[in-house]
Design a protein around this ligand. Structure first.
Ligand SMILES: Cc1cc2nc3c(=O)[nH]c(=O)nc-3n(C[C@H](O)[C@H](O)[C@H](O)COP(=O)(O)OP(=O)(O)OC[C@H]3O[C@@H](n4cnc5c(N)ncnc54)[C@H](O)[C@@H]3O)c2cc1C
Length: 451
C-alpha cells in the first residue's frame, strides 16, 4: 500500500558524508496518519540516520491573507508539539520553499515530501526535483487514491472517478504503519523558530489577523469530526443540502490545511455504519478527488480557459443578454445586493471564513447572473472565495467555482444569461429550503461578530 503512494522525483545521488534525512512537510501539516512522515521515519530507521521535519512559510503565497496564515501556523504549533512527543524536531523557515529545502538538504541522504495539488505546489515540486542535492521522494497522503493511480487523464464527471475509485479503495484506505521506535532527534545548525514565532514575524502580515470563528489544528479537526458523527451524520444524506440546518461536517478548512487526513476521516465515518456514511463518503472521496484530478491534470486549473469549451461558448453567446441586476465587485464584497439570501451567504463567508456548501453554489451562480460578463464573473467568484474562505485556493475551490460555470456538468435547457449552463434562481432556492431561517441564523452570527 505504501509503495503505491511513493514516487521518486529526483535520482540525484546522496552527497558524501550524508548524515540526516529531511521530511519537507508541505501539505500534510499533521503528525497523525501522515504517510509521508512515516515513510521518512522508516527510511531514517533503516539507514540508521536522524531525521527532522522542515516547514517553510512562503510569505507571498498567492491569495493567502492573514487569516490563512494564522489558521495554518497556529495549527502547526500543535503539530510541532505532536512531533516533539515522538522526539522529532520541526525546523520552521520563512522564505522561498525550494531555496530553503535545498539549504536544508546540505548533508541529507534523502528528502521526502508530501505535496498538494494546487498549481503553486506542483511548481514547487518540479523545481525541488530539479534542484534538490539528494534523492527526493514524493509520498501521496492528501488523497485516498493517488491521482496518478486513479486516472491518467482528466475525468469529466464524478461518475468516472466513482467507477475507478471503487475497486482501489479497499487497498488504499489504510493509515500508514506507524514507526514504533524513536529516531534520534536532530536539527541542523541553523536559526530555528516556532510556528507562532514565524506568525509574528511574517513580513507584510504583522500580527497576522483573526482566523474567524474556527479553531485550527488537528485536535480541533478531530473534535469537529466527532461532533459531526454524533449529531449530524445520520441525516447527512437527507439534510446536508439544507442551508437552514447546517448538517455538514465543517471539515473543509482542516482538510485544506492538511490538519486531518482524509483517510483517517473516511475510515472513522465508514466504521460508524451510519445511514449517512455513504452520502458523506461520496463527497469526501469522490467529489474531493474529482477536484484533485482536475487540478492535477489541467494545465491551468484556475483560469477561464479551464472551463469546458461548450460552457464558455454558450456563456459567450449570452454575454450580451440584459441582466436583471448588475453589481460591482465592491457591492458584492460588501454584501450590498437586493437579495438577502445572497447577502447572508457573503456575510457568512466574511465573518466565519466558511459558507454552507449549497449556498456556495447559489452564491457563485448569482455572481454569474449579476456581473456584466461571464469571464469577469469567474474572476470575481475566484477572488472573493480565495480571499475570504479559509479553504479558498484548495483544489475544491477551483473546481467548485468552475462548477458554477459548467465544469463537471452537462448542458441544460437554455436560459437568459446562463445559456445552457445550469442556472439557479432565488425562487428555486426558496422552493426547496427555509431560506428565511438561514438568513436569520447568519444575521445572528454576523451580529455577534460586530459586538
Ligand atoms: C463556488 C464554490 C466554491 C467552493 N469552494 C470550495 C473551497 O474553497 N474549498 C473546498 O474545500 N470546497 C469548496 N467547494 C465545495 C464544497 O462547497 C465544500 O467542500 C463544502 O462546502 C465544505 O464544507 P464541509 O466540509 O462542511 O462539507 P461537507 O458537506 O461536510 O463535506 C465533507 C468534505 O467533502 C468534500 N466535499 C463536499 N462537497 C464537495 C464538493 N462539492 N466538491 C468537492 N469536495 C466536496 C470536502 O472535502 C468537504 O470538506 C466550493 C463549492 C462551490 C460551489
Amino acid at each position: 500500500m505504501m509503495e503505491e503512494r511513493v514516487r521518486q522525483a529526483s535520482g540525484t545521488p546522496s552527497p558524501r558524508g550524508a548524515s540526516w534525512i529531511v521530511y519537507w512537510m508541505q501539505q500534510a501539516r499533521r503528525e497523525a496518519c501522515n504517510h509521508a512522515l512515516e515513510y521518512a521515519l522508516a527510511r531514517a530507521w533503516d539507514m540508521g540516520l536522524p531525521a527532522f521535519v522542515l516547514f517553510c512559510v512562503d510569505p507571498s503565497y498567492p491569495g493567502a491573507g492573514p487569516s490563512h496564515y494564522r489558521f495554518m501556523l497556529e495549527g502547526l504549533e500543535e503539530t510541532a508539539r505532536d512531533l516533539a512527543a515522538r522526539g522529532i524536531r520541526l525546523l520552521v523557515r520563512i522564505g522561498d520553499p525550494v531555496e530553503e529545502l535545498v539549504a536544508a538538504c546540505g548533508r541529507a541522504a534523502l528528502a521526502v515530501t508530501d505535496g498538494g495539488h494546487t498549481p503553486v505546489q506542483r511548481r514547487w515540486r518540479a523545481e525541488a526535483a530539479a534542484r534538490c542535492p539528494c534523492p527526493l521522494y514524493v509520498v501521496e497522503t492528501d488523497t485516498a487514491v493517488p491521482p496518478g493511480m486513479l486516472h491518467d487523464r482528466m475525468a469529466w464527471s464524478a461518475a468516472v472517478v466513482r467507477r475507478r475509485m471503487e475497486p482501489l479503495l479497499e487497498g488504499m484506505l489504510e493509515p500508514p504503519p506507524r514507526l514504533g521506535v524513536a529516531i534520534p532527534g536532530f536539527l541542523p545548525d541553523t536559526p530555528a523558530m516556532s510556528p507562532l514565532e514565524a506568525l509574528a514575524m511574517l513580513p507584510g502580515h504583522p500580527g497576522a489577523g483573526p482566523a474567524g470563528r474556527i479553531r485550527p489544528g488537528s485536535a480541533a479537526a478531530r473534535a469537529a469530526l466527532g461532533r459531526f458523527i454524533d449529531e449530524d451524520l445520520d441525516e447527512y444524506g437527507s439534510s446536508s443540502r439544507d442551508p437552514a440546518r447546517n448538517c455538514v461536517s465543517g471539515l473543509s478548512p482542516y482538510l485544506h490545511f492538511g490538519q486531518i487526513s482524509p483517510v483517517e476521516a473516511a475510515l472513522e465515518i465508514r466504521n460508524t455504519g451510519s445511514p449517512g456514511a455513504g452520502a458523506f463518503l461520496e463527497q469526501l472521496l469522490v467529489r474531493r478527488e474529482l477536484a484533485v484530478n482536475f487540478c492535477a491534470r489541467s494545465p491551468a486549473p484556475g483560469s477561464w480557459g479551464a472551463i469546458p469549451e461548450w460552457a464558455r461558448r454558450t456563456l459567450g453567446e449570452h454575454s450580451g443578454d440584459p441582466r436583471e441586476y448588475t453589481y460591482t465587485l465592491e457591492d458584492m464584497e460588501g454584501a450590498r445586493t437586493h437579495d438577502d439570501a445572497w447577502n447572508a451567504a457573503q456575510k457568512e463567508l466574511v465573518t466565519t471564513g466558511t459558507m454552507h456548501g449549497y449556498m456556495r453554489m447559489y452564491w457563485g451562480k448569482m455572481i454569474l447572473a449579476w456581473t456584466p460578463s461571464p469571464e469577469e464573473a469567474f474572476r470575481r467568484a475566484t477572488l472573493l472565495n480565495d480571499r475570504y474562505a479559509l479553504d479558498g485556493r484548495d483544489p475544491n475551490s477551483t473546481a467548485g467555482v468552475g462548477w458554477c460555470f459548467g465544469l463537471h456538468d452537462r448542458p441544460w435547457p437554455g436560459r437568459r444569461v446562463f445559456g445552457s449552463v445550469r442556472s439557479m434562481t432565488r425562487r428555486s432556492l426558496e422552493a426547496k429550503y427555509d431560506i428565511g431561517a438561514y438568513v436569520a441564523r447568519i444575521e445572528s452570527i454576523a451580529g455577534e461578530e460586530m459586538r
